[in-house]
Design a binder for this molecule. Structure first.
Ligand code: ZN
Length: 150
């Protein structure tokens, strides 16, 4: 029984690492996946709703995690003039005001107040991709093996 479970877990882990191969991973709601752990056990899915980023916590199986004592901070702007964004917890997700097109957002996630912060970065690039017609921040084309010789 136990052996079988381990085999299944092994296969799942393999699948996850294949998914994580590219730079961009999209979640069950079509949002951008950020890594909020060192071992792929926790993710944040960033979607845009009414000019706000909504960040849903997801476990290793991409199932929603209840928001409790987890903490998130977000910073944007350039390195010389970083700007802290107001992060709220609302309806079970983190809510962060949207940034200007092209700007980076640096997220720092803590599983609880005393946990070591995990840093994840996102560039809010609204340039539309010629391949998939999605804005670049939600485009997966680059994660395909797409190295033309030229
Ligand atoms: Zn694309």
């Amino acid at each position: 029984m136990k052996k079988k479970l381990l085999t299944i877990l092994g296969i799942l882990a393999l699948g996850a690492s294949v998914l994580a191969h590219g730079d961009v991973e999209l979640g069950p709601h079509g949002g951008r996946i950020l890594e909020f752990s060192k071992n792929e056990s926790l993710h944040g899915e960033v979607t845009l709703k009414a000019n706000e980023f909504h960040i849903t916590l997801l476990d290793k199986d991409m199932k929603a995690v209840v928001l409790a004592g987890q903490e998130l901070t977000a910073t944007s702007g350039d390195r010389t003039k970083p700007e802290k964004l107001a992060v709220e917890k609302k309806d079970g997700v983190f809510v962060v005001p949207v940034v200007k097109a092209g700007e980076w957002v640096i997220f720092q996630f803590r599983e609880h107040a005393k946990a070591k912060p995990i840093t994840a970065r996102l560039q809010y690039d609204l340039t539309v991709c010629g391949g998939c017609k999605k804005p670049e921040w939600l485009c997966k084309c680059a994660s395909k093996e797409n190295k033309s010789g030229k």
